[in-house]
Ligand binder design. Sequence first.
Ligand code: ZN
Length: 202
Amino acid sequence: MKIICIGRNYAEHITELGNERPDSPVIFMKPDTALLRNNDPFYYPDFSKDIHYECELLVKIKKEGKSIEAKFAAKYYDEIGLGIDFTARDIQSQAKEKGLPWERAKAFNESAPVSNFIPKDGFDLTDTSFQLELNGETVQEGNTSLMLWPIDELVAYVSNYFTLKTGDIIFTGTPKGVGPIKIGDRLRGMLSGQEMFNFEIK
Ligand code: ZN
């Protein structure tokens, strides 16, 4: 399986990092070795001094597809989840300056904690809220209504370049409020008021 991530999909997050608003979605990938599940702790890696959380809504692909039209995209996923796109911001900033790829900043081991997936039925995915709590305090509040590209358009866009396969996961971008973690922190993610993950930084 592969993990496809969308960058710069929320206007206010683009502003907080001083990035330009893109004309098309920014895409990058993480390998399957980036997955972290079952609320397992995240071990702070020694190659970075500035790991940031980015809480994101996840979509799990249920059947193979390529060049999918947005109006049919909803047939290609039926489960959603919540995850963190851990980012070594110090390494990413150096890479951005030099115009280099982001893999070391984004795709390292266990950089993609994911919740269990739940059926999308019952959610209005054009108006679904999620929150991230850091040590009990809300630090990110997102709503899919604020996405620059809604989920179906993302699925369609991504499938023009990469054939989507069963089990692939799409990280749909982070809202504003990203920030650093430190050892001893606890991250708790909520989707429409329901706890999705709750794990510790070690
Ligand atoms: Zn992200």
